[in-house]
Each structure stands twice: as C-alpha cells, then as structure tokens.
Design a protein around this ligand. Sequence first.
Ligand code: FMN
Length: 188
Amino acid sequence: MEVMTAIRGRRSIRKYRPREIPTEVLEEVLEAGRLAPSAGNRQAWELIIVTDKGTLGELVPACKNQQFVGECSAFLAAVEVPGQRWSMTDLTIMMDHLTLAAHEKGLGTCWIGAFDKDAIGKLLGVPPDRSVAVCMTLGYPDEDPSPRSRKSPQELYHWERYGSGNEVFGLPDACFVGVADGNLLSKA
Ligand SMILES: Cc1cc2nc3c(=O)[nH]c(=O)nc-3n(C[C@H](O)[C@H](O)[C@H](O)COP(=O)(O)O)c2cc1C
C-alpha cells in the first residue's frame, strides 16, 4: 500500500470484531514502530502489549470507561523514559508508524489519551520511575467511519514566516496542494 493511501485511509476505530491478531501480523505492526526515527537514535520508549482478555476488560475503567478498550484485540501502552528530553516525541512517532502499518494490514487503531495514569500503571506493573504516556487499541474493524474533518492549510501553515499565511498565493483551499522546490503545486 502507498504511504499516502494508508495516511488517507486510516481512521480511528472504536468498534472491533472479536478476532485474534495472528502473532506474525502483530509482530510486523510492532516492527513498524521499532523502526521509527528517534532523537539521537536513542529510542527513548518502551511498549507494553496487552492481549489477555481479562486484562483488556480491567483496562476499561482505567481508560475512563471507554468500552471498546475491552473489545479490541491488543492494547498498547507506550511508556515514557524519564530524563529523556525527546521521549514523548520518540514514542509518538513510534505509535504513529504503528497506526499506518496496522491500517495496511487491515487492522484498525485508536489512540487513547483519556486514561488514568496511576490506574494503568498499577494494572500493568509499570515501575514508579516510569509512566504510561499514551495508549492505543488495535484490532479488526467492525465499522467503516467517514473521514473526520481537518483544518484547512490556510489555518495551519505559515509559509516562510509566522503570520504570512498562504493567502500570498491567492489560491482558494480547493486548489492548494503545496510547494516543492520553490514551485507552487496546485490541483488544476
Ligand atoms: C493523543 C491522542 C489521544 C486520543 N485519545 C482518544 C481517546 O481517549 N478516545 C478516543 O475515542 N479517541 C481518542 N483519540 C482519537 C481522536 O479523537 C481522533 O484521532 C480524531 O478525532 C481524528 O479522527 P481520525 O483519527 O479518525 O482521523 C486520540 C487521538 C490522539 C492523537
């Protein structure tokens, strides 16, 4: 699958089929995360992978009662490494790589930021000098949601200098694509 196809096709999935992920598929998805770039190549993260049904059920209250946490096939908890300035960035890149590799393999994911750090830490045996930074559900989708909206490039980009906006190009949203090698790219 083309990278852009995966990026455009990925959705947050909150409804899963009760189906195990074959070990080799799960390992391949995890590998996409392991190969992610990191500051100074320090790979300042650790990952807890939960597939046990009982534990998945126990994670629901620790994740603000998000029921689909108990229905996914695997739950991933990314652990921050203390004292490492880029740990949060490293682990975020790693997790994002996972989402795209998972999508390519027909799996759905949903980031989980709504959780109780202490409750998850206790449940998963995270040592006191470590903490779970962000989590993710993984499993075979049982829904096919439409793409969620995104801000327009005009709201997000500042070409060359903050505050310049891209109105300098005088292009409406619909035909704006980007700039490459100093050349304006448009859909027309
Ligand atoms: C850091 C982070 C935390 C999130 N936490 C949750 C969450 O706890 N529960 C949930 O249902 N979705 C969560 N999401 C998913 C977002 O709601 C979702 O990515 C956003 O609405 C865009 O939808 P899309 O992923 O389908 O494009 C989280 C996403 C991110 C990046």
